[in-house]
Design a protein around this ligand. Structure first.
Ligand code: FEO
Length: 400
C-alpha cells in the first residue's frame, strides 16, 4: 500500500496482512491484521516501529515513496515483538540510522533477538524528550502492555501518541481511520484484541490510563500498531473503551463451552443454557470443536458466568476442552461465576476435573456438579435446567 499522510509530514507506512488468521501462533484474527509503521519527516527523519518479518520489502517500497531509506536518521522501537520488529535488522542494515531508541527493558531484550553489536542503541529514560527539528519525540515506558519492553512515543507538536499494541485491533482494511468504519465494529475488534492479548495485564492498563490522565497530554490522534487510527473525538472513545475493558465489569451474560462425544454432554449444556435464558440471562453456547479458543475467550471476557462441559475420556476430559481451558486460564479473566457438567460411561472423573479448572481460575463455583451416566435422562436434564436458574440468581446478585 502507498503511504497515507496522517498529518503534514507524518505518514502511515504499514502493511496490511489481509489473510493472517493465526495471530502470533495462538489467537484467531478473523479479519486479518495490519502492522503499522510510521514515518516523520523533519530535520531528522524518523521511522516509528517496523513490520513483521517477511513484509520488509513492502515497508521499504512504501518508505521509498517518501524518502531514500538510507536517509532515515532515527528508528524508534516501541515494541520488540517480531510483528513490529521482525525486520528491524534488515532496516538497520539499509537505513544505517544514527540512533535507535528503545525502552530500558527493550535495551535488555534486544540482544536476545538480534546480533546487534555496533547498533547505535539509545536507551530512553522515561519521559525523555528528543528534538527532531520542529517536533519532539517524548518517550513513556508502558511495561507489560503487554511485554516488558513496551513504550509509547508522544509527539506534542502534533498531539499524536504512538501506542504500539495498546488500542490495537486485528482488522485488515483499506481504510486507515476509525471514523471511516463503524465505531461499534472497531470497538468489537478492539475488545477481542484486549481479551486475547491484554487481559492478564488489565490492572496495569488501569494504572497506565490513570498516569496518562494525570499527564494531561494534548491529544488528537492515537496511532496503534495494529488496525485503525483514532482521530479527533475518537481518541476519547479509545481511552474510555480501554478503561471499560480493563475493569472487566461482567455483563448479564453466560458462556457455556463444551466438548461432546455422543451428544450427552451437549444436551446437558443446552439444558443449563435453557435455565439461564428462562431467567433473562443472555447465553452463548459454544462447542470447542466449532469455535476457536480465542473466540471463546472473547465471549468469556465480558460474561458474568462460565459453564463448562465434557464427558469423561480416558479418566480425564476431552483434549479440545483442555486446550480451551489452558488458553483461557493463561489470560486470567477475573470475577467469574463457574459451573461444570458432563456425562460418563464408567469412571466419571470429568466434573471434578472441570471444577478444579474453574477453581484454579478463582471462579465462584455454583453447585451441584452434575454428571450423567451414558445419557442424561429427564431428571438429569431437569437438574441441569435448575442449575441454570441457580446460576442466573448468582449472576443477579453479582451484578445487581
Ligand atoms: Fe503486536 Fe506485542 O505485538
Amino acid at each position: 500500500m502507498r503511504p497515507v499522510e496522517i498529518k503534514k509530514g507524518v505518514h502511515w507506512l504499514g502493511v496490511i496482512d489481509w489473510n493472517c488468521r493465526n495471530f502470533h501462533g495462538y489467537a484467531l484474527s478473523a479479519k486479518g491484521t495490519t502492522y503499522n509503521s510510521f514515518y516523520i519527516e523533519d530535520e531528522k527523519k524518523v521511522l516509528i516501529d517496523t513490520v513483521s518479518h517477511g513484509f520488509e520489502n513492502q515497508l521499504l517500497c512504501a518508505l521509498s515513496h517518501l524518502t531514500n531509506p538510507e536517509e532515515i536518521d532515527y528508528i524508534v522501537v516501541n515494541h520488540l515483538e517480531p510483528d513490529h520488529a521482525g525486520c528491524l535488522d534488515k532496516m538497520v542494515e539499509i537505513c544505517k540510522p544514527e540512533k535507535i531508541f528503545v525502552s530500558p527493558m527493550g535495551g535488555k531484550a534486544i540482544e536476545t533477538f538480534f546480533d546487534c553489536k555496533g547498533w547505535p542503541l539509545h536507551i530512553i529514560k522515561p519521559g525523555e524528550e528528543v528534538s527532531i527539528g520542529k517536533r519532539t519525540l517524548r518517550f513513556y515506558e508502558t511495561r507489560m502492555l503487554h511485554w516488558p519492553d513496551n513504550m509509547f512515543t508522544y509527539v506534542p507538536e502534533e498531539k499524536m501518541l504512538f501506542t504500539s499494541d495498546a488500542f490495537g485491533q486485528n482488522i485488515a482494511s483499506s481504510e486507515r481511520y476509525v471514523d471511516q468504519l463503524s465505531k461499534e465494529m472497531v470497538a468489537d475488534y478492539m475488545q477481542q484484541y484486549f481479551a486475547n492479548i491484554i487481559t492478564p495485564y488489565a490492572p496495569k492498563v488501569l494504572k497506565t490510563l490513570e498516569t496518562f490522565a494525570g499527564l494531561n497530554l494534548d491529544l488528537d490522534t492515537i496511532c496503534p500498531d495494529h488496525g485503525l487510527i483514532f482521530r479527533g473525538e475518537d481518541c476519547a472513545f479509545a481511552l474510555e473503551k480501554y478503561a471499560e475493558y480493563a475493569k472487566q465489569t461482567p455483563k448479564n451474560k453466560a458462556v457455556l463451552f463444551y466438548d461432546t462425544m455422543w451428544k450427552s454432554t451437549e444436551k446437558m449444556i443446552n439444558a443449563v443454557a435453557s435455565g439461564l435464558a428462562s431467567e433473562g440471562v443472555s447465553v452463548k453456547v459454544m462447542s470447542v470443536k466449532a469455535n476457536h479458543h480465542s473466540d471463546v475467550m472473547s465471549e468469556v471476557f465480558d460474561a458474568a458466568a462460565v459453564v463448562i462441559g465434557s464427558p469423561t475420556h480416558n479418566n480425564g476430559i476431552l483434549p479440545g476442552m483442555a486446550d480451551t481451558l489452558t488458553y483461557i486460564k493463561g489470560l486470567r479473566p477475573q470475577g467469574k461465576i463457574g459451573a461444570a457438567v458432563g456425562s460418563f460411561g464408567w469412571s466419571g472423573e470429568c466434573v471434578n476435573i472441570l471444577t478444579e479448572w474453574l477453581e484454579t481460575m478463582g471462579m465462584e463455583i455454583i453447585e451441584p456438579k452434575i454428571k450423567a451416566k451414558n445419557r442424561p435422562d429427564h431428571d438429569a436434564l431437569k437438574e441441569c435446567f435448575q442449575l441454570g436458574v441457580n446460576i442466573a440468581a448468582a449472576i443477579k446478585e453479582k451484578i445487581g
